[in-house]
Design a protein around this ligand. Structure first.
Ligand SMILES: C[S@@+](CC[C@H](N)C(=O)[O-])C[C@H]1O[C@@H](n2cnc3c(N)ncnc32)[C@H](O)[C@@H]1O
Length: 313
């Protein structure tokens, strides 16, 4: 059996090749052949990947972060994980590389992976903006991660790790963590509970639930990951608020963006179910907000949560 991932952008910058320490080289050569695909997530990953493949071209426009956020996240991550030039950062679910690119600009060894080749293609194009080395790997996070045992100083994931199986994430984080200790940091958007978008999302989940499609909030999955790490000896880090910014949304705009991507709430629901839920939501939103076009202001916040893994000695 061949390796489970392809190298998408092995950029070797002359004069910078010293950045590739042995752990990185080993990390990107890690093999998958002893690993079996897990049954439950396998089905889900096919759906999740298809969804992200389809939305890669419009992802930044629909769900991208404000331009100043990626650099702030990278700066905070370097501080939180105390990263130096030879330390490996493994990013899970890199997407179009908004944050990945900012991380690459820092003096560290960046390795990122994603299950969607199309999202990686966008990152690949974006990475032309930097002369720093960028290692991108096409790999499914529900399989063995592309890093050797004990090779990674920081595992980072923004808005992605909740899409994976909790126990597998925890096992992989502990497997790849440096024996001297490592940090897991997860970034996500936090919305005001009463914001138009949050209320619409809550209604959507409720309607999906009524139709037999239960989905867990990303935040809940992240909490489960953190708790499981703590049970294995990790120390929780205090939540860090990276930035808060104003947003304005109308229900029409939010519903249109959900219509554009496949599935709903990360679930691969049949088209007719999706249409039913979106139509019901349009009726509900008209009543709740006065009109589908009514614009409401709110604030969004990007936060980092994490744990420090103990040394293995
Ligand atoms: C919401 S996007 C977040 C992208 C980026 N981290 C950000 O914050 O902008 C989630 C990403 O996770 C990736 N993903 C989903 N399931 C995955 C899996 N099983 N393994 C690896 N990546 C996965 C998707 O392809 C997508 O690029």
């Amino acid at each position: 059996m061949g390796t489970g991932w392809n190298f998408c952008v092995p950029q070797v910058c002359s004069g910078l090749s010293f950045c590739y320490t042995q752990p990185v080289v080993r990390a990107i050569r890690a093999r998958t052949d002893t690993f079996e695909l897990m049954k439950e997530p396998r089905v889900f990953v096919v759906c999740a990947t298809r969804s992200f493949d389809e939305q890669a071209g419009s992802f930044d426009q629909r769900a991208g972060l404000p331009a100043s956020i990626p650099d702030s996240v990278a700066k905070e991550l370097v501080g939180l994980a105390q990263l130096g030039p030879s330390d490996v950062v493994l990013e899970v679910g890199v997407g179009t590389g908004q944050i990945g690119l900012a991380l690459c600009q820092r003096p560290l060894c960046y390795v990122g992976f994603d299950a969607s080749a199309t999202m990686l293609d966008v990152f690949k194009r974006r990475s032309r903006e930097t002369e720093r080395p960028v290692w991108l790997i096409h790999a499914d996070g529900n399989n063995r991660w592309p890093a050797d045992d004990g090779s990674v100083k920081a595992v980072f994931s923004s808005r992605a790790v909740h899409l994976l199986r909790v126990e597998h994430v925890v096992d992989e984080v502990f497997r790849v963590a440096l024996p001297t200790g490592a940090t897991l940091v997860m970034g996500r958007l936090q919305r005001e509970k009463q914001s138009l978008r949050a209320r619409l999302r809550q209604e959507m989940r409720e309607r999906l639930r009524q139709l037999g499609y239960a989905s867990r909030e990303g935040q809940q999955k992240e909490r489960e990951i953190l708790d499981a790490c703590v049970r294995r000896g990790a120390a929780p880090l205090e939540r860090l608020v990276v930035a808060t910014w104003p947003v304005q949304h109308s229900a029409a705009e939010v519903l249109a963006s959900w219509r554009e991507k496949s599935g709903l709430a990360g679930l691969d629901v049949p088209t007719e179910v999706k249409e039913t839920v979106l139509s019901q939501l349009a009726v509900w939103a008209k009543d709740a907000f006065g009109s589908l076009e009514a614009v409401q202001s709110a604030e969004e916040t990007y936060v980092l949560d994490g744990v420090r893994l103990p040394s293995k000695s």
